[in-house]
Design a protein around this ligand. Structure first.
Ligand SMILES: Nc1ncnc2c1ncn2[C@@H]1O[C@H](COP(=O)(O)OP(=O)(O)OP(=O)(O)O)[C@@H](O)[C@H]1O
Length: 284
């Protein structure tokens, strides 16, 4: 056993139900990345990423700052399209279809592949409207009260807000705001939820609630999470992708996927020394 096994048991024992993060190896890939590179202008920020995103599993992306985790995450729902000069090479399929094919509507992509950001970003509207708005702009108008309630229940927020649905979403605590953003994302019933460091602005209690919620959501949704917190990756995810940044002959840094595997394997018996050095704290 390598030194890298140091915190897996602790990490897994500190969250109720964390052992449900045993991966289901038969879970089929909802998305598949094949040799994906992402460029900002002429700069290749991440190169050659090949990995699956498996159905109803949580996939964590970890690695040192600047290795391209957020860049790859944004490529999964075409958020990079909104950045001038950004483009991708390689191929990403979603249910077997090329996500970047000319006839694919990026708005529809973002409805089916939702996103939750690092900093909770509720709209300056009521709690109710935060959830209803996303439904309306997606053309959903019927059974609004039921839909809003279900999303807030599924976002583990209903009991805390059911008596103040008309209050501003901005008046909630940071952790509640993030659960509101999750409720807003799941209201339109996406297939996949992308989370970019969803707990980095939250205290440990609020973080624990979001982690518990992620376990619940993985019964229905496929989740990809970028996290700097390795114990969080160990606690919540079924699969882990470790990225790092490599310097080429011209001294330019490019992000690269080093290892993708079951989370248990990555944290107890990684195959690449760079993964082991990172998770044991010798690097990064
Ligand atoms: N909009 C952008 N325009 C130009 N370069 C960018 C842009 N966004 C990211 N980059 C560059 O791409 C590389 C990867 O950045 P990215 O934010 O994806 O890394 P990360 O691993 O998510 O980092 P962190 O953990 O610090 O958030 C970095 O060199 C970064 O400077």
């Amino acid at each position: 056993m390598t030194q890298a096994s140091f915190d897996m048991t602790n990490a897994l024992s500190s969250v109720p139900g964390a052992m449900s993060t045993m991966p289901t190896s038969s879970a089929k890939p909802v998305m598949q990345l094949e040799g994906v590179s992402v460029f900002y202008g002429s700069y290749e920020a991440v190169r050659g990423t090949t990995m699956p995103v498996r159905e109803q599993q949580i996939t964590a992306m970890i690695g040192p700052s600047g290795c391209g985790k957020s860049t790859i995450l944004r490529s999964l729902n075409r958020m990079n399209d909104l950045i001038p000069g950004a483009r991708i090479g390689g191929k990403i399929t979603f249910h077997g279809q090329d996500l970047y094919a000319p006839d694919v509507d990026p708005i529809q992509v973002r409805r089916r592949i939702g996103m939750v950001f690092q900093k909770p970003n509720p709209f300056p509207k009521s709690i109710y409207e935060n959830v209803a708005y996303g439904l309306r702009i997606n053309g959903i108008k019927d059974n609004m009260d039921d839909r809003v309630e279900k999303a807030l229940r599924d976002g583990a927020l209903w009991d805390e807000v059911k008596d103040k649905l008309k209050s501003s979403g901005l008046a909630l605590s940071g952790g509640q705001q993030q659960r509101l953003c999750i409720a807003r994302a799941i209201a339109v019933q996406p297939d996949v939820i992308l989370m970019d460091e969803p707990c980095s602005a939250l205290d440990p209690i609020a973080t624990g609630k979001i982690e518990d919620l992620m376990h619940e959501l993985a019964r229905t949704y496929t989740i990809v999470i970028v996290t700097h917190n390795m114990q969080q990756a160990a606690r919540v995810s079924h699969y882990t992708a470790f990225f790092t940044a490599e310097v080429d002959e011209q001294q330019v840094r490019h992000g690269r996927l080093i290892e993708f595997n079951d989370t248990g394997r990555i944290f107890t018996n990684p195959t690449d020394k760079r993964t082991e050095d990172y998770i044991t704290g010798r690097f990064g």
